[in-house]
Ligand binder design. Structure first.
Ligand SMILES: Cc1ncc(COP(=O)(O)O)c(C=O)c1O
Length: 517
């Protein structure tokens, strides 16, 4: 029985020793002390146990490597061990949430290839961003979402930040002592961001798979009723590809008004396929009544919908007082966004240009979505609801043969075929690791990105097909000796072994993999 060969599930919980990433072998706990342990101490089991568990015994003094990366980065590292970095052109990276960046998309404007760097831009820029760009952002939102409304955004309602994550961190830094509600599944980086700061307590709100991960307005009302005063969500939603649009979005904002701050992460606002690809973007800005009174913080940037993830230019819109604090905290957090790229961003935000750009973007990505959904359905995946936004598919693996019916094992099997996906469990956000994720409802999912170009998507789908066929053939041969997993919940076998086939064909403890996140 596997349970006799492996430590029981949970045996590594709260383990403080580390693993050598190259060999996979646990490193002995190092002792940061000026004295060697006494003989009594060295031969005492209880002392050894204490030392292994004690915070002070870390691989390097002062280092907590577990705080260093998100699940998506971890996936790239695993792919690196399979040779991804040597020959990336032979791989299909459907893991990283990045859009294709070439100037190939019909109807999209060509990105600048050279920047005119003014002498002025050598100086430190303002940590809230340069005024002309703040004005351009405000103008864009007024034109796109606030036509005919009395209250309009001005430059004082906008802070420019060095990318989305830096913006999220800035927001987290200025939050009050509050309960911050977040939904699961959601964007992996919220995990780290929600555990970095001690000024608020993060409260998970699970969404249900049966309900297609819908955020119902009543859910928000319930959260506020129990004392939550800040709510953060991506919308359109990573990883499920669902969007909360009007009238429901307006209803949610009405519920929040005067009671809670809504942080609306709109990084996928342009990837909206609900309006016939006419270029309409989804934004909470539409329903704000008074830009200085409604506690709505909107975050977006050049990263996704302008397909410039390398530029690191993003923005936050909100009430002046909030923006003042968010702008100022950049002086100790990140120092602000680089000035030349801010200057280069200004002409891109012309509303007419943006509208045409969004139209072209939506048509192109909608076609890619349809291609991938079609291929996956051919392979046998059942995709009940085709996502209406973003460039992600949240794929259910339950129907697959047992050994690849969960996200970690499927991810591992895909690596063998040079395809990267992200195990669903990484989106089951668990800030500060307060929950045990062994029973995660995201366990039987992976997130697949159709951000890359069509040829890469085709290669990725072919790789996924090979994985499925290989394991189906093995199953048909009776290679597993056990019936196929009957339900979404873990099988007894899984509960006992928690094993993931390693690159070398051996087996590693799943818990060990997770611990390295
Ligand atoms: C929902 C969401 N918000 C923000 C970001 C971060 O954007 P950036 O790369 O600019 O930090 C991402 C990136 O994946 C995202 O998915």
């Amino acid at each position: 029985m596997a349970s006799h060969q492996h430590p029981p599930p949970g045996a590594f919980h709260n383990r403080k020793f580390s693993i050598n990433r190259n060999t996979g072998i646990p490193r002995p706990a190092r002792r940061f002390s000026i004295q060697e342990p006494s003989t009594t101490e060295a031969s005492s089991k209880i002392h050894r146990k204490f030392r292994e568990a004690h915070e002070g015994h870390l691989p390097h003094a002062g280092l907590d490597a577990t705080r260093s990366s998100t699940g998506v980065i971890w996936c790239s590292e695993q792919a690196g061990e399979h040779g991804f970095f040597e020959e990336p052109e032979k791989w299909a990276n459907l893991g990283q949430g990045a859009p294709e960046v070439d100037d190939e998309i019909e109807g999209c404007f060509p990105r600048p290839q050279h920047l005119d760097i003014s002498v002025n831009s050598r100086e430190y820029g303002p940590t809230a961003g340069i005024k002309p760009l703040r004005e351009a952002v405000a103008h864009l939102y007024n034109e796109m979402h606030r036509q005919g409304k009395e209250s309009k955004y001005t430059w004082e309602n906008v802070a420019i930040v060095p990318g989305g994550r830096a913006g999220l961190i800035r927001i987290a830094a200025v939050l009050n002592n509050a309960y911050v509600g977040f939904f699961i599944p959601d964007y992996t980086a919220y995990n780290e961001m929600l555990s970095l700061f001690k000024n608020f307590a993060a409260i998970p709100v699970p969404l249900s798979e049966e309900d297609d991960y819908h955020i119902h307005p009543e859910k928000i009302a319930e959260e506020i009723a129990r004392g939550t005063s800040v709510i953060i969500t991506s919308n359109p939603r990573n990883p499920t590809g669902r969007v909360v649009a009007n009238p429901e979005l307006a209803e949610i904002q009405d519920i929040c008004r005067e009671r809670a701050t809504l942080v609306s992460d709109e990084f996928y606002s342009g990837y909206n396929y609900t309006s016939n690809c006419d270029g309409t973007t989804i934004s909470a800005a539409e329903n704000v009544q008074d830009v200085d009174e409604d506690d709505v913080l909107i975050i977006d940037g050049l990263t996704k919908r302008f397909r410039l993830p390398g530029w690191r230019v993003a923005w936050i819109l909100g009430p002046k007082e909030f923006i003042k604090a968010i702008g100022s905290c950049g002086s100790y957090l990140d120092g602000g966004t680089n000035v030349p790229f801010q200057e280069a961003a200004i002409p891109m935000l012309d509303p007419t240009l943006v509208k045409a750009e969004m139209k072209a973007l939506q048509r192109h990505f909608c076609d890619k979505r349809d291609f991938v959904v079609g291929r996956l359905r051919e392979i046998g995946f059942s995709i009940k609801l085709v996502p209406d936004s973003t460039f992600y598919l949240w794929l259910n693996l339950e129907w697959l043969p047992g050994p690849i019916s969960d996200g970690l094992n499927f991810f591992q099997a895909c690596l063998e075929e040079k395809v990267i996906v992200v195990p669903g469990i990484f989106f089951d956000l668990n800030p500060s690791r307060r929950r045990d994720l062994f029973d995660s409802p995201c366990h039987h999912f992976v997130r697949l990105s159709y951000g890359p170009t069509l040829d890469i998507l085709a290669r990725g789908c072919d790789g996924i097909e090979r994985v499925v066929r290989k394991f189906q053939a093995l199953e048909a041969d009776g290679a597993y000796g056990v019936p196929k997993a009957p339900s979404p919940s873990r099988t007894e076998g899984e509960k006992e072994s928690h094993t993931v086939p390693s690159a070398g064909g051996g087996e590693r403890e799943k818990d060990e993999e997770l611990h390295l996140l």
